[in-house]
Design a protein around this ligand. Sequence first.
Ligand SMILES: Nc1ncnc2c1ncn2[C@@H]1O[C@H](COP(=O)(O)OP(=O)(O)O)[C@@H](O)[C@H]1O
Ligand SMILES: [Mg+2]
Length: 340
Amino acid sequence: MPAAIVAENLTKVYVRRRSLRQIAARPLRAAERVTALDGVSVEAREGEIFGLLGPNGAGKTTLLKIIACLVLPSGGRALVNGHDVTRDDRAVKRSIGFVTSDERSFYWRLTGRENLNFFGRLYGLEPAACRGRATELLEAMDLGAMADQQFLDYSSGMRQRLAVARALLHDPPIICLDEPTRSLDPIAAKHLRRFAVERLNRERGKTLLLATHNLQEAEEMCGRLLVLHRGRVLRQGTVAEVTRGLPGRDQYVLAVAGVAEPPRDPRWAIAVDNRDGELLRLSASVDRDGDALSDLLRRLLDGRGRILSCARREPSLQEVFDQIEAGGGGGGAAGARGAS
Ligand SMILES: Nc1ncnc2c1ncn2[C@@H]1O[C@H](COP(=O)(O)OP(=O)(O)O)[C@@H](O)[C@H]1O
Ligand SMILES: [Mg+2]
């Protein structure tokens, strides 16, 4: 599949503005420079859902903004549908819709329809075409019934769907979503995720670039992703490729009966979380490779235990980062340049 987005060795250095008071206190001090992106290379293919995964401050928004021509890179190159972001911003902007989770970007006293008409005109749509497009998108986003209500009366989920409608006004093939579920409750978040996958990606064939700090969200939605940390790509590939081969151990939660004490072995560490009569609830951290898990379960059974449940606990994003960092992840054993 052709590349929708290609970034090569992108860097972004911000110069942090100092307040008047800071300048007055230390007039000669040089302005602080923040490296938000430090040599980021990435390629997202046409029609895929590609994730940018990273904690706060990783550089996700900066990367999306460069791709959407909202911020200029300090170095490197980014192409959107073959157009260079620094040379051909009109063509890039035509190719991209940007969904932020920042509600302040709408006019709160205007209705959803009025907001879309306003932004549509800003994007250069003719008035009649703009009105038609707004009506069509309000219906498509299940906002028809709320179209003529003020934005301030919208729920968080509706606001976010209106942000998606706004990004679709000029019908771009690529949609950037910057933490679209950040302010949503779990049910609204689930709806929005499903909407993005089924309606935007599968039905309309949009390429989605999704920034998120939520590993589960990335896992559920993205075919491939990159893990960004302090402006660098730690890993890139499918979810399995990104989490596979992490140094360290897998975490399991077990409920066992008929065992007085859990077995000891250098290949695992077990903590007893709770004792309830003969029922033990255990947290086990087990070597990932080899037969460690089988041996642990066998030892429990051989000791006349009964295993009532055994579940692998998915590592949290923080644990993934911790493990990658502990393993000297900067270079990315699984390939910062991405297995595909
Ligand atoms: N306009 C700006 N001026 C100065 N520093 C900025 C600016 N925007 C972002 N940064 C800094 O750049 C880094 C990356 O920020 P950002 O791209 O917003 O990360 P993320 O979206 O992953 O949270 C952070 O350290 C942030 O403080
Ligand atoms: Mg951000």
